[in-house]
Design a protein around this ligand. Structure first.
Ligand code: NAD
Length: 257
């Protein structure tokens, strides 16, 4: 397997100004791709280029994708990563909040994909990777709305993979567990006892620690890259074993590393 492998490939990463998106944009660039981040916020400087766009606004998305493609001279890889959180049970958010979060997390991916597809069809190596979540495959407390959006992202990923297979466009997603990004820092800062909250989040994952943004980025790059040519419609868990493993409690005298 090549360590770079992305020379000559052109990528757009939504939400590329922070966390998982920023780590992905950096890794793609390190491996030789030309990368533009589409984000509400300014993106870190060279080699990354940022275009300001709001995935919840179709006009902004169309203008942003056109600008990004203009800069890149085409498009081979789309990483649909921008997303927002929501807390609570099904009783805790009103209709407006349900629509707002779906509008970013699900329809946002639809808008960016719709704008990108005409360019991806012209690529000889076309791939879309969506950032989904462990919340799509496991029932987490206090995450009804967020989980519903990520369940939709998982179904959307498979449907898009079927629709665009014969056009030579692969579509996959990653399902991160709790990953230590500025998002989680904000969540911890709002917690009554941030240290206890961090320990609880880490303990929920069989590895006993949070996932790193770089680990999720590596999975996204694998799915987006030439080495994954036979992989489409796949969801790849990057969750410290959270979705699939059922461990026995550690022996009382065993220290966890
Ligand atoms: P983050 O908050 O660090 O970064 C998200 C980025 O998305 C920000 O730069 C933000 O400006 C951008 N963004 C938000 N709304 C946008 C909009 N309307 N238009 C354009 N850009 C917008 O978060 P993160 O933890 O890196 O999360 C990235 C993705 O990973 C999200 O889809 C999230 O659901 C998913 N995810 C995160 C975790 C985790 O534990 N951090 C776990 C599973 C899945």
């Amino acid at each position: 397997m090549s360590t770079r492998g992305f020379e000559g490939l052109r990528a757009v990463v939504t939400g590329g100004a922070s966390g998982i998106g920023l780590a992905t944009a950096r890794l793609l660039a390190d491996r030789g791709a030309d990368v533009v981040s589409l984000d509400l916020q300014e993106t870190a400087g060279p080699p990354l280029t940022g275009v300001l766009a709001d995935v919840s606004d179709d006009e902004s998305v169309r203008a942003g994708v056109a600008k990004a493609v203009d800069r890149l001279g085409g498009l081979d890889i789309l990483v649909n990563n921008a997303g927002i959180g929501a807390q609570g049970t099904v009783e805790d958010n009103d209709d407006a909040e349900w629509h707002r979060v779906f509008d970013v997390n699900v329809v946002g991916m639809v808008r960016v994909s719709r704008a990108a597809l005409p360019y991806l069809r012209r690529s000889r190596h076309a791939a879309i990777v969506n950032t989904c979540s462990i919340a799509a495959t496991a029932g987490l407390p206090q995450r009804a709305l967020y989980s519903a959006t990520k369940g939709a992202v998982l179904a959307l990923t498979r449907a898009m993979a079927a629709d665009h297979l014969r056009e030579g466009i692969r579509v996959c997603c990653v399902n991160p567990g709790t990953a230590h990004t500025p998002w989680i820092d904000r969540l911890l800062a709002a917690a009554e006892d941030p240290e206890a909250e961090l320990a609880a989040l880490a303990a929920r994952q069989p590895t006993g620690r949070l996932v790193t943004a770089e680990e999720v980025a590596a999975a996204i790059c694998y799915l987006a890259g030439p080495d994954a040519g036979a992989t489409t419609g796949t969801d790849l868990a990057v969750d410290g074993g959270m979705a699939g493993l059922r461990l026995r409690p550690p022996p009382l005298n065993e220290e966890r590393s």
